[in-house]
Design a protein around this ligand. Structure first.
Ligand code: ATP
Length: 353
């Protein structure tokens, strides 16, 4: 099994090094026959190839079994004609990774302000309010005059249907509840359609309970009682914002894994960004990327019906639970371990348990 590893920018290289340490550890313990092939994307690729990502890299990814994408300096990449392509968008769009699955949960041993919870935000990933992926060529954000901008939001039946299905299938493996988050009081047609489609897909899953919240009210509900929620399905930008909130509520942005999945391909990617303010200091929490790697192994395991991959995925999650409980963590969640030492602690636990 081959995974392409792209360390990325900012805290990417250090968090990816810790993730590779953990992947090598489960590779040995579960005899996964895992091949990790390193390549470059982001600033390093822009310098070397004149573009943050290349078609050759895409081809390589398509022939592999999975991709681990490190955080990217998305904010720096503004002009596609100069090779400044947002790598995250590039892979999500080119590989049709329509479902961004972002779990957030609390851990024993970590204090948090809102009490225990365990939920998953399922965010549509290929349209919505994202100007860089809504149109075949160019951008769906337009400068009409120097003082007037129009940004278009795209919502389609197909994308609503498939993200709804992902959510209900996930809910069936959990506490059997799906919450639809929208702004149908203002975006009456688009979000009206989103709700209707989610509810209609939901009829195929009669054992799953459904409710819905307007996105602004949802922010209050999720802060007040996050334990009320199981699977939350929403459109692209609402999901982006809501999932940062839920991961921070769980303790830290550095704790939230994230998987971008389609029907043929999947990409593990931390929920946070490149965090330039803490890059290169060995203080970033690598757990978000490590949990994303666990999700990627789980996705590959389900697809190939490999018990060993599924066990490896579970073992990483359990190792994270254990080291968090033991306080072997980075300073964002109250510990004093460095990024590298956290990866080593997890790898050691996986070798000995
Ligand atoms: P980008 O522009 O790439 O999105 P950003 O700094 O604007 O980067 P994030 O990277 O998501 O956005 O970071 C937001 C805040 O959370 C920063 O203050 C950062 O220090 C902190 N943070 C993000 N990821 C981690 C992590 N893995 N460990 C510790 N702190 C983190």
């Amino acid at each position: 099994m081959k995974i392409i590893v792209l360390p990325g920018d900012g805290i990417g290289p250090e968090t990816m090094a810790a993730t590779v340490e953990v992947l090598q550890s489960v590779n040995k313990r579960f005899d996964l026959n895992l091949e990790l092939e390193h390549d470059i994307a982001g600033h390093e690729s822009l310098k070397k190839h004149g573009s943050t990502v290349t078609e050759a890299l895409l081809h390589k990814v398509k022939t592999a079994d999975g991709l681990m994408l490190g955080p990217m300096s998305t904010y720096d990449f503004k002009d596609e004609s100069k090779g400044e392509i947002n790598p995250s968008k590039f892979f999500r769009k080119s590989l049709d990774l329509y479902a961004n699955i972002r779990p957030a949960r609390t851990y024993s041993g970590l204090t948090n302000k809102v009490g225990p919870f365990d939920l998953i935000v399922v965010r549509e990933n290929t349209e919505g309010f994202y100007a860089d992926r809504n149109v075949e060529s160019g951008s769906s954000e337009m400068l009409i005059t120097p003082d007037v901008v129009i940004s278009l939001r795209r919502i389609t039946r197909l994308c609503c249907e498939r993200i709804a299905r992902t959510s209900f299938e996930l809910a069936q493996t959990r506490r059997k509840k799906v919450t639809i988050v929208h702004k149908a009081n203002v975006l009456k047609i688009a979000d009206g359609m989103f709700i209707d489609i989610c509810k209609s897909v939901g009829q195929e899953y009669p054992d799953v309970q459904i409710d819905d919240y307007i996105v602004d009210a949802m922010m209050a509900h999720v802060v007040r009682a996050p334990d009320k929620f199981d699977v939350i399905v929403t459109t692209n930008m609402f999901g982006d914002i809501l999932s940062d909130l839920t991961s921070e509520l769980s303790g830290s942005l550095g704790l939230a894994g994230s998987l971008n999945a389609g029907t043929q391909y999947a990409m593990g990617q931390a929920a946070h960004g490149s965090a330039p303010d803490i890059a290169g200091q060995d203080i970033a929490n690598p757990m978000s990327l490590i949990l994303s790697a666990a999700m990627l192994l789980g996705w590959c395991g389900q697809r190939s019906k490999s018990k060993r991959l599924l066990e490896a995925s579970k073992a990483i999650e359990q190792a994270v639970e254990r080291v968090v409980k033991d306080g072997q963590v980075t300073r964002d969640i109250g510990g004093n371990l460095g990024t590298q030492a956290t990866g080593l602690a997890l790898a050691k636990y996986l070798q000995t348990h």
